[in-house]
Design a protein around this ligand. Structure first.
Ligand code: C2E
Ligand code: MG
Ligand code: MG
Length: 327
C-alpha cells in the first residue's frame, strides 16, 4: 500500500503578496507614498502617471477592460492541504491586479467596483479560463478552486461558460471547484439555484466561502446543495482565546457534517489553530501556516514534488520550498 505523508502543518511556502496596508510607491511620482487603503491618488501627470485622481471605487467598466487587455491581472494560487495527511489536495486561485500607477491593488478593494460596473463578468471569465488551464498541467490529485461573484452566477449563460473553460483546457469537471458566498442570495435566487444545479450536474463541486460572515438565515443550506463549507478566518482567529469561538467553529463543522459537506478551515496561521481544527474534524486546512498564495509555477513545482514523493512511496510531510515572489 502506498504510504501517505505524515500529518504535518509544516509550512509549504512562505512567499506572500504585500500586506493590505503596506504603503504603495506611486510609480512616476518621486517620493510619494500613500497608504494602501487610502485609494485616492492625486497624481500630477509626470512620469506617465494619470492626470486625474484615480479612485478605485470610481473605476469604470472601460478601465477594467483596459486592465484586462493590458495583461495587468494575474492569478496567485494558495495550496489547501488535507487535515489528515498535510498533503496538498487543491489550490485556490486568487486574483491579483498590478495597476501601472497604483501598484498592487487588493481584490478586496477592486472586486466590489468590478461587480458594480459589471466588469466582473469578463474578468471572472478570464479567471476561470486561466485557472482551468493552469490546473490542467497539475497532477490529477489537485483540484483548483475559483471564486465566483454572485453577479456571474446571475448570468443564465454562466454554466455554459464553465463548460467552455473545461473543454478548452481539457480539465476534468471533477477537478474544478467554484467558491460562492452568501451573496448568491442577494440576486435572483431561482437563477442562482438553477446555475448551481447545472454545474453540479456537470461534476463541478460547489463550496460556500466565508461561511457565517453574511446575514443570511441558514435555510439556504438546504436549498443550495453545497459540497463544501469554508469556515472564515474571523472565526479561526479567536479559537485559542475564547471557548465561545471554539463552540462556534465546532457548531459550523457539525452543521456541515449533517448536510454531508466537507469542511475547509481558512486563514490558519498557527500550529495551535491547526491542531484544534484537526480535533474538531475539519477535512482540509488553508492558511499562511501552510503556504501563502504563490505564483502558478511555484504551485506546479510544489505539486510535482508531492507527486514524486507519492510515486516513490516516501512518507513525510510536503517538502519545504524556498521563497519565491508572488505575482
Ligand atoms: P477568499 O476567497 O476568502 O480568499 C481568502 C483570502 O484570505 C485571500 O485574500 C488570501 O490571501 C487570504 N488568506 C489566506 N490565508 C490567510 C491567512 O492565514 N491569514 C490571512 N490574514 N489571510 C489569509 P485575497 O487574495 O486578498 O482575496 C480576498 C478576497 O477577494 C477573496 O477572499 C475573495 O472573496 C476575493 N477574490 C479573490 N480572487 C477573486 C476572483 O478571482 N474572483 C472573485 N469574484 N473574487 C475574488
Ligand atoms: Mg475563496
Ligand atoms: Mg474565504
Amino acid at each position: 500500500m502506498r504510504s501517505e505523508p505524515a500529518v504535518s502543518s509544516q509550512r509549504l511556502h512562505r512567499a506572500e503578496d504585500r500586506p493590505c496596508i503596506e504603503p504603495v510607491q506611486l510609480s512616476g511620482v518621486a517620493g510619494v507614498t500613500a497608504p494602501r487603503l487610502d485609494l485616492e491618488r492625486s497624481a500630477t501627470g509626470s512620469g506617465g502617471a494619470p492626470r486625474v485622481p484615480v479612485r478605485i471605487k470610481d473605476l469604470k467598466a472601460k478601465d477594467f477592460r483596459a486592465a484586462l487587455a493590458g495583461g495587468e491581472f494575474s492569478l496567485a494560487y494558495q495550496p489547501i492541504v488535507s487535515a489528515a495527511t498535510g498533503a496538498i489536495t487543491g489550490c485556490e486561485a486568487l486574483l491579483r491586479w498590478q495597476h501601472p500607477f497604483l501598484g498592487p491593488v487588493s481584490p478586496a478593494d477592486f472586486i466590489p467596483p468590478a461587480e458594480e460596473t459589471g466588469a466582473i463578468r469578463p474578468i471572472g471569465a478570464w479567471v476561470l479560463e486561466a485557472a482551468c488551464r493552469q490546473a490542467a498541467v497539475w497532477p490529477d490529485f489537485c483540484r483548483v478552486s475559483v471564486n465566483v461573484s454572485p453577479v456571474q452566477l446571475q448570468d443564465p449563460g454562466f454554466a455554459d461558460r464553465v463548460v467552455a473553460a473545461l473543454r478548452a483546457s481539457g480539465l476534468a469537471a471533477g477537478r474544478l471547484e467554484l467558491e460562492l458566498t452568501e451573496g448568491v442570495l442577494m440576486g435572483d435566487v431561482a437563477v442562482a439555484l438553477e446555475g448551481v444545479a447545472a454545474l453540479r450536474a456537470l461534476g463541478v463541486s460547489i463550496a460556500l466561502d466565508d461561511f457565517g460572515t453574511g446575514f443570511s438565515s441558514l435555510g439556504y443550506l438546504q436549498r443550495f446543495a453545497f459540497d463544501r463549507l469554508k469556515i472564515d478566518r474571523t472565526f479561526i482567529r479567536g479559537l485559542g482565546e475564547a471557548r465561545e469561538s471554539w463552540f462556534l467553529v465546532r457548531t459550523m463543522h457539525d452543521i456541515a457534517h449533517h448536510f454531508g459537506m466537507a469542511v475547509t478551515a481558512e486563514g490558519i496561521e498557527t500550529e495551535d489553530e491547526a491542531r484544534m481544527l484537526r480535533e474538531i474534524g475539519a477535512t482540509e486546512l488553508q492558511g499562511f501556516l501552510f503556504s501563502r498564495p504563490v505564483a502558478g509555477a511555484v504551485a506546479t513545482a510544489l505539486l510535482s514534488e508531492q507527486a514524486h514523493r507519492l510515486r516513490s512511496g516516501e512518507a513525510g510531510p510536503p517538502a519545504k520550498s524556498s521563497d519565491h515572489p508572488v505575482p
